[in-house]
Design a protein around this ligand. Structure first.
Ligand SMILES: [Fe+2]
Length: 354
């Protein structure tokens, strides 16, 4: 009975692995573990197309060791090349091999029991074939999702370029900001997904300003009450523009609350302290830093020592003190200073390039 249960749960786990839409390495490792457990295999090898590059990914589980290799054709062994080329399963007593094909070849798997005494029986062979059909479809869905994600990312980039032309005051300098977001993510132990959402939010946080009159955006004097009220609507208007894009859903609360203040005097919800989403608390500091460091069309850039002082002054007022501390640590790093100084955005602002 146990083995029936293991195979049934394997089917269910494939579905879970597919719908998690994680990275391909975790997906392939998860699939290999699942086969090892369902078929009591001594060796499981899976090869598939790598998402981030044009090559392949190979995962091998053997006894207690796990081996992962990424690269071009050289990653593939003789059997894997043969199976991908012939696109035909090989079913023997102690070795089961299957090419994952769904319109085109997506990868292959083979499992092995080391001794002939432990041959796979007929039921296991049938299970293996059904499970492989399921994985083929799962892989196709997985790749399609990532393909769609690539399209969405290029859409976000175009949208951000358009925003930069229409609302230059809202523009964050993408490359240095992403560098800072990655460093902050590491120091604050954010997950890959949280870092990605923060990157998207930093790109589109002021998208709602597209509905604010441009005269108001360019105004460099204190705003009237009426103007201020109009301006405070831009986070909500921004999320209206992107709320139907699945990939951007985690970025919505970050964008909505990027003007909240740690002391509760911000907008739109006057949230205080930890009630403000962590991503918004980080983005608030990055947004201010970007404006001070790179300047804005109507505001001059400021030297680093002044920026540091200003950030310290706003600890517990505008900003979360812990995040300010983490950010100041990052700004102290020589590598970050050098990167910021040499960033094309900085050079073009100061006119030192060419
Ligand atoms: Fe904003």
């Amino acid at each position: 009975m146990t083995r029936y249960r293991k195979v049934f749960s394997a089917f269910h786990n494939i579905y879970r692995l597919v719908t998690t839409f994680g990275d391909i390495q975790n997906f392939a490792t998860g699939i290999c573990r699942l086969y090892r457990s369902a078929f009591r295999a001594d060796k499981v090898v899976m090869v598939c197309k790598n998402i981030s590059s044009a090559g392949f990914l190979k995962v091998r589980l053997e006894n207690k060791s796990q081996y992962i290799k990424k690269g071009g054709l050289s990653v593939l062994g003789r059997i894997e090349k043969q199976i991908l080329k012939q696109q035909k399963e090989i079913i023997s007593n102690n070795r089961l091999i299957y090419p994952f094909v769904f319109t085109d070849v997506l990868g292959a798997i083979y499992i092995k029991r080391s001794s002939k005494i432990k041959s796979f029986d007929e039921i296991e062979k049938k299970w293996f074939l059904s499970l492989c059909e399921e994985v083929s479809m799962g892989l196709k869905v997985f790749y399609s999702f990532h393909e769609q994600q690539k399209i969405m990312v290029s859409y976000i980039k175009s949208l951000s370029r358009f925003l930069n032309q229409y609302v230059p005051t809202s523009y964050l300098h993408t490359k240095p900001m992403f560098k800072l977001i990655k460093a902050m993510g590491k120091i604050m132990k954010l997950s890959e997904a949280e870092i990605k959402s923060l990157e998207y939010a930093s790109t589109l946080h002021d998208a709602g300003k597209i509905q604010v009159p441009s005269g108001l955006l360019k105004k460099d004097a204190p705003l009237t009450d009426e103007e201020y009220t109009l301006m405070t609507k831009h986070p909500r208007k921004g999320i209206e523009l992107i709320k139907n894009l699945e990939i951007l859903k985690p970025a919505i609360p970050i964008i909505l609350h990027h003007h909240e203040r740690y002391d509760g005097k911000g907008y739109p919800s006057k949230l205080k302290k930890d009630k403000i989403p962590l991503g918004s608390r980080i983005l608030a500091i990055l947004d201010t830093f970007d404006a001070m460091y790179f300047g804005r069309p109507y505001r001059k850039e400021r030297p680093m020592h002044e920026i540091e002082q200003e950030l310290k002054k706003q600890k517990g007022k505008q900003f979360d003190p812990k995040i300010v501390e983490a950010f100041l640590k990052i700004l102290k790093r020589k590598s970050i200073r050098k990167y910021l100084k040499s960033s094309p955005s900085k050079l073009s602002v100061t006119g030192k390039h060419q």
